[in-house]
Design a protein around this ligand. Sequence first.
Ligand code: GDP
Length: 198
Amino acid sequence: WSSSDSVVSAGSAGGTPGRGGDPFRVVLLGGSDVGKTAFASIFAGAADSMDGEDCEVYGDEVCERTIEVDGEEATITLLDTWTTEDDGKCMAQDQCMQTGDAYLLLYSITDRASFLRASELRITLRCHRPARHTPIILVGNKCDLVRRREVSVSEGLACAAVFDCKFIETSAAMQHNVWEAFRGIVRQLRLRRDSKEA
Ligand code: GDP
């Protein structure tokens, strides 16, 4: 599976949320240097010359595109607006926590502090989004840096189990599993949407 066959078009039209209608709002969360910008670049197509034109960018930190997941199109608005600075940015952080339909919670497998930060963010997110069904995927990025690994796969899995969310290891540098993470979040959003519609 590659990014090129997943990407259909950019933009959105009217219709059912996430089906080319109201886009799913997916927020990138995580400490600094974990790879949020790298994720956003891949999503925007900057790291994929074939699809560089396909993303509608609404500012440096917001990008929208339609991808195909399991034969059905889904429009995602990706928000990379998280800031790790504490100086008066609380409002921005609160908004981040409130505006997403789903969250990719990133840490670096080479940085245990970022893993702990992800746990803190999960707890904060739970305060802002008490509903149990907000889709979240815990993402252990930089899995290409094998020798610098500080957080094991089993620790990531255990953390995800405690937090009742999915888990995936990725490498933005190698473009490994990044689109799989986006596909996973769309699948969870659809499950939630379908259970609401039922
Ligand atoms: P952010 O602060 O979370 O937005 O992190 P960035 O996306 O700016 O990444 C921080 C640094 O890590 C940059 O130098 C990236 O090139 C590098 N980086 C990001 N993802 C990966 C990855 O999967 N593997 C490796 N080896 N480096 C990565």
